[in-house]
Design a protein around this ligand. Structure first.
Ligand SMILES: [Zn+2]
Length: 243
């Protein structure tokens, strides 16, 4: 059975606690989930060629999740990219994300190499680079158009990613379906209306998973550990996991 190969570009929540890089990860070294502000720097530190990124999957339009996009587009435009890139983002977010990129670096969205943008919405699968991605609506910031998590089938394995969310039906659906679940865990014990915490929510999420499935915590607040939960780990910046 093939491993689920995850490399974390960063693991912090929006406040970058303790100097953590903002959350994002690579699947199989070539499919990027989230484009955190330091994504390009993290790729370079990992010695991953930014031009080899085939797909970018974005969960929602918060800065810690997509503001690395202008730097990636800048690199791809001027540093020899020739292959197209597929960017998958929630329906309704494309225009404002592109506008933010243009404000950062004019003309960076020209993309002579080819930018293939795909809108994501719950219940409609998207194919990209050998992945079948099924968006799931999650409960995060009501001011945003859409906040999504994702079921991902890839290489015969089932990955789930919660994006940012409270403990809701969407994340429980992801938990039940995943062999490997990457979940946000934005604080240790704060009860926030937009996030999950370690002591109240993550045990419920873990309980919805198959016993032998792997849970990986990211988008971390301070003082996050595994809380004694089985088959659970706390992701670290710039570390690769084969699960
Ligand atoms: Zn968010």
């Amino acid at each position: 059975m093939a491993s689920v190969d995850l490399t974390f570009l960063g693991t912090g929540n929006a406040f970058a606690p303790g100097g953590l890089c903002w959350n994002g990860f690579l699947l199989d070294g070539r499919h990027m989930f989230e484009a955190p502000p330091q994504a390009l720097q993290s790729l370079n530190r990992l010695d991953v060629d930014p031009n080899s990124v085939e797909t970018v999957v974005l969960s929602h339009q918060h800065g810690d999740h997509f503001l690395g996009l202008p730097f990636l587009l800048l690199h791809w435009e001027h540093m020899g990219r020739t292959a197209p890139v597929r960017i998958i983002a929630p329906l309704g977010t494309r225009e404002s994300m592109l506008r933010a990129c243009e404000l950062a670096f004019p003309d960076v969205t020209a993309g002579q190499y080819g930018i293939e943008w795909a809108d994501a919405e719950a219940g409609r699968s998207v194919g990209a680079g050998g992945m079948t991605i099924e968006p799931v609506e999650v409960n995060h910031d009501p001011k945003l158009e859409r906040c999504l998590g994702y079921h991902v089938q890839y290489g015969g394995r089932r990955l789930g990613y919660t994006g940012d969310s409270t403990l809701c039906d969407g994340v429980l659906d992801l938990a039940r379906g995943a062999e490997v679940l990457v979940s946000e865990c934005a604080s240790r014990d704060m009860q926030l209306p937009v996030h999950m915490n370690l002591v109240d929510d993550i045990p419920v999420l873990r309980g919805a998973m198959q016993v032998t499935s792997e849970l990986v915590l990211t988008h971390l607040g301070p003082n996050i550990d595994t809380n004694g939960l089985p088959h659970t780990r706390v992701a670290e910046d710039l570390v690769r996991y084969a699960l």
